[in-house]
Design a binder for this molecule. Structure first.
Ligand code: CO8
Length: 258
């Protein structure tokens, strides 16, 4: 599929996916979401890719769903087409690690898209928000659910009910982002983190991602059992033998994803 609204580059085992509608602050329209879903599916099946970095530009990761696209839609339209449902599922179904590198605005669907990734690294210029309330609607792809799990009820209610923006410092304090870096260093930091991840064994990486995500679905005792069984299962892999032997031999492990 030839892309027009995103740019994808694969290098050094990292797929860099850049949202590319700069004139519209990377607003998420049907074409962009469809291309993004395709890129995510391709990254999942491409053996050369071990980690994905999703980013925008300096001004905006994405300023939300495209308001111009949505403005004339009816209830029947959005319900029958299940607006963005399938595309978001492709993003969240990726089993390889996905990092969001956020600079500038991550608003509405943009904030929600960043939260679909495994973790967010942001620049000191980042601004997060769920301003859908200002448009007479509400968050629709995670802003009341993932945000609440990430930062708790008080701040999630505040963000969704007032529509105010949160800066990078507050986002880090609240636990929405894992790291803040100066804007100029954002891609270096995100690609560096992706490079570190890409060195690990894919079986461990996918098991970790699955186990952390299960923590949102399961009660603690079942989650802990799930984690323990996943841990046990990794002893069936060659990577476990290699990782532990390499530690004892004081050498760098050569993981083979087996
Ligand atoms: N949609 C469409 N166009 C946008 C959007 C958007 N979300 N955001 C910015 N743009 C466009 C502007 O219209 C403008 O275009 P033009 O030059 O043609 O007029 C261009 O981008 C630049 O924007 P501004 O001139 O407004 O730039 P400023 O620097 O003054 O302001 C802001 C930047 C603060 C980001 C401002 O543009 C803004 O508030 N944008 C809207 C933010 C917003 O409300 N986001 C939520 C959208 S709704 C949503 O995301 C719902 C998600 C769930 C959908 C799926 C449900 C199932």
């Amino acid at each position: 599929m030839a892309y027009e609204t995103i740019i994808v580059e694969v290098e050094d085992h990292i797929a860099l996916v850049k949202l590319n509608r700069p004139d519209a602050m990377n607003a998420l329209n049907a074409q962009l979401m469809s291309e993004l879903a395709d890129a995510m599916k391709s990254a999942q099946t491409n053996d050369k890719v071990r980690c994905i970095v999703l980013t925008g530009n300096e001004k905006a990761f994405a300023a939300g769903a495209d308001i111009k696209m949505m403005s004339e839609k009816s209830y029947t339209d959005v319900f029958t087409e299940d607006l963005f449902g399938a595309e978001c599922a492709e993003v969240t179904n990726v089993r390889k690690p996905v990092i969001a590198a956020v600079s500038g605005y991550a608003l509405g669907g943009g904030c929600e898209l960043a939260m679909m990734c495994d973790f967010i690294i942001c620049s000191d210029t980042a601004k997060f928000g769920q301003p859908e309330v200002n448009l007479g609607v509400m968050a629709g792809i995670g802003g009341t659910q993932r945000l609440t799990r990430a930062i708790g009820k008080a701040k999630a209610m505040d963000m969704n009910l007032t529509g105010r923006f949160m800066d990078a410092e507050e986002a880090e304090r609240a636990g929405l982002v894992s790291r803040i870096v100066p804007a100029k260093k954002l891609m270096e930091e995100a690609m560096g983190a992706a490079g570190k991840i890409a060195e690990k064994g894919m079986v461990s990486l996918m098991a970790i991602k699955e186990a952390v995500n299960q923590s949102f679905e399961m009660p603690l005792d079942q989650g802990l059992l799930f984690e323990r069984r996943m841990f046990h299962s990794l002893f069936a892999t060659e990577d476990q033998k290699e990782g532990m032997s390499a530690f004892i031999d004081k050498r760098t492990p050569q993981f083979r994803d087996k």
